[in-house]
Write a protein that binds this ligand. Structure first.
Ligand code: C5P
Length: 232
């Protein structure tokens, strides 16, 4: 599978999102739209970005009772995006409900499960969430649950991609945020690495937000992320 760089368009408005994408004249980056923009602009923004020919990862991280996730996923299936996600912490039954909704709509959208957010450090996970295992074991366990439930892959840190490949196989997709260029600060992220290292560690897709969106030249930053991730 050819890896791809996904740009996290974490803007607040449709105008800002489209103005950002307007800067890309030669390439059509894979775009991640999250809740900060979706709650205010929703399906209309998804349609506009699709019309411009971008692939879309709709990152809404559903986490609720199975029946609610099932109905919500039915709505998302009709938007015909390329990737959607749920929280693996919602249980296997919840992930199965998401899978069922997509299957019933004959959707080819990739279904991912978030294992542990890349802003969560092992210490906080153990002390606050009372998860009494290492980060890597927890991520692998959640990934195995996701696979069992019929998800196509997981969102995890690149630092866990190799372990997920080992426990779930090479075809099980790993999408990894927590990407920074070598000279960038971490911001609120904890488990981070560079695009080149993410490739080495086996990530199928990387999600890059602020290192591209706040760069002086976002197009050049995107090209650099692609070069580093593709190893050219
Ligand atoms: O700006 P930055 O590169 O840190 O953006 C990362 C993006 O990936 C954000 O939109 C964040 O919501 C998302 N994300 C994450 N960790 C996860 C899942 C999604 O950082 N486990």
């Amino acid at each position: 599978m050819k890896g791809e760089v996904i740009v996290a368009c974490d803007f607040e408005t449709q105008e800002q999102t489209l103005a950002f994408l307007d800067q890309f004249q030669e390439e059509k980056p894979y775009v991640k739209l999250g809740m900060e923009v979706f709650y205010g602009n929703g399906p209309e923004l998804v349609r506009s970005v699709k019309e411009r020919g971008h692939k879309i990862f709709l990152d809404l991280k559903l986490h609720d009772i199975p029946n609610t996730v099932y109905k919500a996923m039915k709505q998302l299936a009709r938007m015909d995006v390329d990737m959607v996600n749920v929280h693996a912490a919602g249980t296997i039954a919840m992930m199965q409900a998401a899978r069922k909704a997509l299957d019933e709509e004959k959707s080819r959208t990739i279904l991912l499960a978030v294992t542990q957010l890349t802003s969560t450090a092992q210490d906080a996970m153990q002390k606050e969430l009372w998860i009494d295992h290492s980060m890597i074991d927890t991520v692998c366990h959640y990934a195995e649950n996701a696979k069992l439930a019929g998800c196509d892959g997981v969102v995890c840190s690149p630092l866990e991609s190799a372990a997920v490949r080992q426990c779930c196989g090479d075809d099980f997709i790993t999408v990894t945020p927590g990407i920074r260029f070598a000279e960038d600060g971490k911001g609120d992220q904890k488990r981070v690495t560079t695009p080149a290292k993410a490739r080495e560690l086996g990530s199928h897709y990387i999600v890059v937000g602020r290192s591209i969106t706040t760069a002086k030249d976002p197009v050049e930053a995107y090209r650099r992320a692609c070069r580093e991730f593709e190893g050219v």
